[in-house]
Design a protein around this ligand. Structure first.
Ligand code: DX5
Ligand code: ZN
Length: 221
């Protein structure tokens, strides 16, 4: 896989100054913007919808916006986020009645599709849909909140996903989400991830650039 991508999760940003916060992490060297959508139904929290995605585009954000849908049902939100300027859209397979159809909806809308796996979601959901995937998002916490601890069982799962991707011969990115910090990002990369979501590690730090530089330094070693 070509390069490592760092994706700050705006869940931990200051929402009262969201445009400036996104500008700040992108100027600090982030590659993409991770956008967590929670519906207080599939997960026990409520966040932001397509209007906010569109507002970021209207504000002038040109970087890829990586929409992580933690919603059920899924399909209506795919359409709305594609119209609002999303670049990547991922969803949890157990939240969709028809996983292949939802993936195809994302593709048809001109976005890059991903499937998300909770810590206890089995990888068999990858069967039969590898051809459609741009990325696989492995949750290293249970979804719903920022600032949780990285679950160590994730390393083994990442290695399994990496093997599946290698066996498939496809160019599929492996994204990791939850509890990623400077002190574990290297181990996470060694286990197979190449796209790193980090919310609290970046936005709770006084100097975003310092954290992102430190992460890149860890990834270089
Ligand atoms: C959790 C979200 C994550 C979260 C990560 O459900 O999907 O993107 O914001 O936050 P940290 O990096 O603080 O664990
Ligand atoms: Zn997320």
């Amino acid at each position: 896989m070509s390069s490592f991508l760092i994706a700050p999760s705006i869940l931990s940003a200051n929402f009262a100054r969201l445009g400036e916060e996104v500008d700040a992490v992108l100027s600090a060297g982030a590659d993409i913007v991770h956008f967590d959508v929670m519906d207080n139904h599939y997960v026990p929290n409520l966040t932001i919808g397509p209007m906010v995605c569109k507002a970021l585009r209207d504000y002038g954000v040109t970087a890829p916006i990586d929409v992580h849908l933690m919603v059920k049902p899924v399909d209506e939100m795919i359409t709305q986020f594609a119209e609002a300027g999303a670049s990547y859209i991922s969803f949890h397979p157990e939240a969709s009645e028809h996983v292949d159809r939802s993936l195809q909806l994302i593709i048809d809308a001109g976005c890059k599709p991903g499937l998300v796996f909770n810590p206890a979601t089995p990888l068999h959901y990858l069967d039969h849909v590898m051809d459609k995937l741009h990325h696989i998002l492995i949750m290293s916490v249970n979804p719903g909140f920022g600032g949780q601890q990285f679950l160590p069982s994730t390393y083994d799962k990442l290695r399994q996903v990496k093997q599946r991707v290698t066996d498939s011969g496809k160019n599929i990115r492996i994204e990791i989400d939850g509890g990623v910090k400077v002190d574990n990002i290297r181990a996470v990369a060694e286990a197979g991830a190449d796209m790193f979501v980090a919310g609290s590690a970046i936005f709770n730090a006084p100097d975003y650039q310092q954290v992102i530089n430190d992460m890149r330094e860890e990834l270089r070693q």
